[in-house]
Design a protein around this ligand. Structure first.
Ligand code: ADP
Ligand code: MG
Ligand code: MG
Length: 196
């Protein structure tokens, strides 16, 4: 069950992971991109941690909106507008608590915004390859750290057809997608915060 309190906990933990894994995420982005995904995401994460303390958003919708606006304005690159869209999409929900099926609906709204903005779909070696399977697992009540890791690792075998990695064509195969890895941190922290 998602509450504003555990959402704020999950977002803070997500930010902590992004900051702690700045070098790891940029290293993933080096062979198939421009090596800045960790730099981009940790900049947004620092800003979001500050914003959460400063603004103390009081509802799920406000918290999602603050995350969306902050990531949109601070992350930059391709991933800033995409993560921004995801959280802005989720801010369209109403209610003070979300049962797991309602959370899956909210995450799906976010994912649909990413897909629309990125003109992308599951299977193109992007963050959507973690969002899609993870939302399905939340619906089936069986999201685990293992299923998340499997989704992240599975991006290794995919051919990139969107974003910078697509410029490499076949040579994009064999590398984990950095946005998939950062999204893995997001879903892992929903578990860690006790949301699921
Ligand atoms: P940039 O490529 O501008 O340097 P980042 O390195 O921060 O931006 O983010 C790259 C990540 O963004 C990719 O690993 C991928 O997961 C995600 N991404 C890029 N383009 C798209 C897209 N069209 N749809 C969904 N995700 C995308
Ligand atoms: Mg990059
Ligand atoms: Mg870049």
């Amino acid at each position: 069950m998602l509450t504003n309190a555990n959402l704020m906990t999950a977002l803070n933990l997500f930010c902590d992971d992004l900051i702690a894994n700045k070098a790891y995420l940029s290293d993933l982005d080096s062979p198939i991109g421009d090596g800045d995904h960790g730099v981009n995401m940790s900049r947004g994460a620092l800003a979001l941690k500050e914003a959460l303390i400063e603004k103390q958003p009081g509802t799920l919708s406000e918290t999602f909106k603050l995350a969306g606006m902050t990531l949109l304005s601070k992350v930059g690159g391709a991933s800033g507008p995409l993560y921004g869209s995801a959280f802005m999409g989720m801010s369209n929900i109403s209610g003070t608590v979300l049962a797991n099926s309602e959370l899956a609906d909210a995450l799906q709204l976010g994912m649909d915004m990413v897909a629309k903005r990125g003109k992308s779909t599951v299977g193109e070696k992007t963050m959507l390859d973690v969002w899609g399977p993870s939302i399905a697992h939340i619906r089936a009540n069986d999201l685990t750290t293992t299923t998340i890791k499997e989704a992240v690792d599975a991006t290794k075998d995919l051919l990139a057809t969107k974003g910078r990695a697509s410029f490499l064509g076949e040579r994009s195969i064999g590398h984990i997608d950095p946005g998939a890895a950062s999204s893995g941190f997001f879903f892992n922290n929903l578990l860690k915060a006790g949301v699921l």
